[in-house]
Design a protein around this ligand. Structure first.
Ligand code: FMN
Length: 274
């Protein structure tokens, strides 16, 4: 079966699918021809769906993707530059959470939106692990504390530069500076020997971080947790990810307790123009 079908009653032969295909695997042999796959198109296709997305006439269908399966682009739904700029600049790392769990349906929505992040060759390597229960969050934070105590012995200079001593001291006083008493954490993991994994997980989590405030949620990157997840065997055992996978980033998530009133400035961008 051909990689795609053309509805000849709808196709206007305008060549959008040909010029937009990132792999160059759609051709029109003459101006009068309908689009057709080049040789080896099946194995070269990266399944990005651009051909279906760009066709104004719903004339092309991939074996696995019909135009009717794809949400229409609606200009009315596009946020203005002011709204987008505000969303991106007003985002804050949230470290105080209300004692209120987030519905699984909402967490699923965040994950679905994050799955639209770009990935190298549309490889979509990101897997998600959602820590839903508060007691599991506390158990994971305790393992991070164990790792910090180990590091304070094994590599005291590095551990102190990273303020592990302060985080451990706070923990002893009942303060969680690791996972910030967040109700949940969403972990992105992928194959460790697959080069696009790190960028894919980081970008997907960044999508999630930016989208979360639109649902009234706040997030914070769990950097201490992520380091322990990569270097500390007890944490690897606790997570028990699929074989060959590693954690590439994680977000604490929940409803923020403290509203923010101002947007702090940043350093001047360091730019070279050539
Ligand atoms: C990769 C990464 C790891 C981070 N890890 C932590 C962390 O473990 N704990 C924490 O409280 N904040 C963490 N942060 C949040 C940063 O401290 C925060 O982004 C920075 O101070 C700027 O503040 P803002 O995000 O509110 O603009 C992390 C941020 C990034 C990007």
């Amino acid at each position: 079966m051909s990689l795609f079908q053309i509805d000849e009653s709808k196709c206007k032969r305008d060549g959008f699918c040909v010029s937009d295909c990132p792999m160059g695997i759609i051709e029109m042999k003459t101006k009068e021809s309908f689009p057709s796959p080049v040789s080896r198109a099946d194995e070269l296709c990266i399944k990005c769906g651009h051909c279906v997305a760009v066709c104004p006439h719903e004339a092309i269908s991939l074996n696995w993707l019909k135009p009717q399966d794809c949400a229409p682009i609606s200009k009315d739904l596009a946020p203005s530059w002011e709204q987008t700029s505000y969303l991106m600049r007003s985002r804050r790392s949230i470290r105080k959470y209300r004692n209120k769990p987030v519905d699984r349906e909402i967490l699923n929505d965040l994950i679905e939106v994050a799955s639209h992040a770009p990935t190298a060759h549309n490889s979509q390597p990101v897997n998600w692990l959602v820590i839903e229960k508060k007691e599991d969050m506390q158990a994971l934070a305790a393992i991070v504390i164990d790792w910090m105590k180990f590091m304070l012995q094994a590599q005291p200079n590095f551990a102190k530069v990273m303020h592990f001593d302060r985080v451990v001291a706070a923990w002893a006083m009942g303060l969680d500076r690791v996972l910030r008493d967040a109700p949940h954490m969403i972990i992105a993991h992928a194959l460790s020997n697959f080069p696009p994994s790190q960028a894919a997980c980081t970008i997907a989590l960044t999508y999630m971080e930016l989208y979360a405030p639109t649902k009234g949620l706040g997030t914070c990157w769990a950097g201490y947790f992520n380091a322990a997840a990569n270097f500390f065997d007890p944490m690897k055992r606790a997570l028990s990810l699929p074989a060959g996978h590693q954690t590439f980033g994680a977000l604490m998530i929940g409803y923020p307790r403290n509203p923010y009133n101002r947007i702090p400035t940043r350093n001047e961008p360091k730019v070279t123009w050539r």
